[in-house]
Write a protein that binds this ligand. Sequence first.
Ligand code: CMP
Length: 216
Amino acid sequence: LKKVSLFDNLNDDQLEHILRIANRRTFQTGTILFQEKDYGNTFYVVLTGTIKLFTRSNSGEEKILSLVNAGESFGELSLLDGRPRSASAQTLETTTVLELSSQTFMELLQTHFDITRGILAELCRRLRQTNEHVNDLTFLDGRTRVLKNLITLANQNGKRDGQIITVHMALNFDELAQMAGVTKIVLTDVIREFESRGVLQFGIGEYKINLLKLRG
Ligand code: CMP
């Protein structure tokens, strides 16, 4: 729990209390935790693994809104405004979460201003991220969006060794295309182009970026 930034200012007793009243659950890859438009009464904190939050078009196509990594949380909107879930949530790999009931979540907000402020800061971060996303979808072409997404993931999950960054990636190519807002054909064309130039190299569950070739 010490890695959860929302709980940064809680002491050990308070963290113990949360662990006692929360439900710890592990889900296998591909499990749907809830669907958009469901009624929600649970707040989630990710302890390990990754969750994708996505929305569907009327014709069933998916758009990934955001990924939630260890130490981050989701599912607060329905609890705060009483409306249905604004997105669906699915595990991208084996994922352990802490589940807090609506009542527990509200009690924490009432008793710990630091947590309330943390939730507000998280909502601010998401609004800024969504603005950037709208900007990207409006003004960048698909090829640039794919590259930007790969570089953003590298900044979040990459390990640098000299000129090579290795990035752990739980997304498959369909999901990577849904994140960048391009078709899978555009995605594979861009990847093929950069692989042939030696900038990118894709493997199972990871990819590498060659910074020397990227600059060239
Ligand atoms: P809720 O609507 O209860 O369930 C879906 C959750 O996804 C939502 O709460 C937020 O926690 C999260 N969410 C919805 N939209 C976004 C977004 N644009 N960026 C990041 N997270 C989001």
